[in-house]
Design a protein around this ligand. Structure first.
Ligand code: ASP
Ligand code: MG
Length: 456
């Protein structure tokens, strides 16, 4: 058994769903459980309609719902086989009657409560999964729909619910796994329900999390996350084209890269899979023959000490200098309290006896932060910086890495260096304008030759 998860862009149109069907059909022997997101931008559109209803524009909200109905009917209608047309119409009818009722309740309440937010957002995955289960047989895939709300049991923290693992796993094992002997089960991601049956969601982008939970529940051999990129690369293609595909990466390495790689999955969402030692593979639904990136629990040995170079532009460095810090205690606490008060996450930190430098990527309150810090220290705010992060499990035991980094960067001024916190990465800060030459030089240094076992 495997889990195959397809995101919103992978199911956004009839053509996209047809591609998905082709991919699933070619893997029928692996007995897949298919987890799907809402089609295209449906979740955003549903939530926009909810906001309109809350603001008193029920008419507009209902028109949005009509548009969404038309979109689902048009795209699914191209693929649903003739014998299931009536069933499709009944499904659309039933869901949109319910959605209208939800929007009316929001209008009456004058606000989108967390429970109503979940209720509204849930229609996207409820519809996509039910429609795709109707479509699959037309492509020779015997399919059965699974309502995620009947198996994924969560707490009642609406909009950010967490699964009640043992109950959820038991239901997947008893109710879903047996179905896979005969059919492909199709389930919506992102949604679940409390023990008393109230609809909940796992938070935006939660379908990857659903896939991991489902995989852990059925004891899948692999969890495949089908998306619109080939997998993780040795460098960010927006900064430096021509990077190599990383075929295998450890969970710890993927976790370090997550902060940078907005497009690829967030490893925290696949934690349930990692805990059960189930590998997670990232694949491209537009290029299904590319092997993708396999994320595994153990370290991946590799002849290259660095597996990937990630980066982030537009970072602000805050240098805080104070002679009072010399031999004093409690100074760092006072500094971090200031960032905390303005809910500004701090990413990198470096310190010397009299100076602390930190990076932030949300400079919204930087004026206030600077003013408060100035009461206890000299502050220097330096905008337009970039973080470069070299990740590799072998970094900790490979001598000479520092020499290689600084030789490669000999023409470039490095403002901050941080290594050691998690052993598997070295992070550097350079000026934004130096980012491209710095990444090129480092990539050339560390990927001139690549281990064919790990890189494509
Ligand atoms: N449809 C949900 C969202 O847009 C969940 C997901 O796509 O993973 O956030
Ligand atoms: Mg998504």
């Amino acid at each position: 058994m495997i889990v195959m998860k397809f995101g919103g862009t992978s199911v956004e149109s009839a053509a996209a769903i047809e591609r998905v069907a082709g991919i699933v059909r070619s893997r029928l022997g692996l007995r897949p459980l298919v987890v799907v997101s809402a089609m295209g931008r449906t979740t955003n559109r549903l939530l926009a309609a909810a906001d309109k209803a809350a603001a008193g524009n029920l008419g507009d909200a209902l028109r949005d719902a009509e548009d969404l109905l038309a979109y689902h009917r048009r795209e699914a209608g191209r693929l649903v086989p003739a014998e299931s047309r009536a069933r499709m119409e009944a499904l659309l009818e039933q869901h949109f009657t319910e959605l209208e009722a939800t929007l009316e309740r929001i209008a009456a309440a004058g606000q989108v409560t967390p429970a109503l937010w979940d209720e509204t957002a849930s229609y996207g995955e409820r519809l996509s999964s039910a429609l795709i289960a109707l479509i699959f047989p037309a492509f020779g895939i015997p399919a059965v729909h699974v309502d995620a709300r009947a198996v994924l049991v969560t707490d009642s923290r609406h909009t950010q619910a967490l699964p009640l693992y043992s109950r959820t796993y038991a239901r997947f094992k008893e109710q879903v796994a047996p179905l896979l002997a005969e059919k492909v089960a199709v389930m919506g991601g992102f949604i679940g329900a409390t023990a008393s049956g109230e609809t909940t969601t796992l938070g935006r982008g939660g379908s990857d999390f659903s896939a991991a939970i489902a995989g852990a529940g059925i004891g899948a051999a692999e969890i495949q996350i089908w998306t619109d990129v080939d997998g993780m690369l040795t460098c960010d293609p927006r900064v430096l084209p021509g990077g190599r595909l990383v075929k295998r990466i450890s969970f710890a390495e993927a976790a370090e890269l997550a902060y940078f790689g907005a497009k690829v999955l967030h490893p925290a969402t696949v934690q349930p899979a990692i805990e059960k030692n189930i590998p997670v593979r990232i694949l491209n639904s537009r290029r299904p023959d590319v092997c993708g990136t396999l994320i595994v629990a153990d370290t991946v040995s590799c002849r290259n000490p660095v597996k990937s170079i990630a980066c982030k532009r537009g970072i602000t460095v805050v240098e805080i200098r104070s002679l009072r810090m010399l031999m004093a205690h409690g100074f760092l606490r006072r500094i971090f309290e200031v960032f905390d008060r303005y809910q500004t996450p701090v990413d990198l930190v470096t310190t010397s006896e009299v100076c602390v430098a930190v990076t932030i990527d949300q400079p919204r309150y930087i004026g206030e932060i600077e003013r408060e810090l100035a009461r206890i220290s000299d502050v220097n705010v330096i905008p337009d910086q970039s973080i470069i992060c070299l990740v590799g499990d072998a970094l900790r035991e490979t001598p000479g890495i520092g020499a290689r980094i600084f030789t490669a960067l000999r023409e470039i001024n490095v403002r901050m260096i941080s290594q050691g916190a998690s052993f598997n990465n070295v992070s550097l800060v350079v000026r934004d304008e130096d980012l491209v030459p710095a990444v090129s030089a480092l990539h050339e240094e560390f990927f001139r030759e690549v281990d064919p076992e790990v890189f494509e």
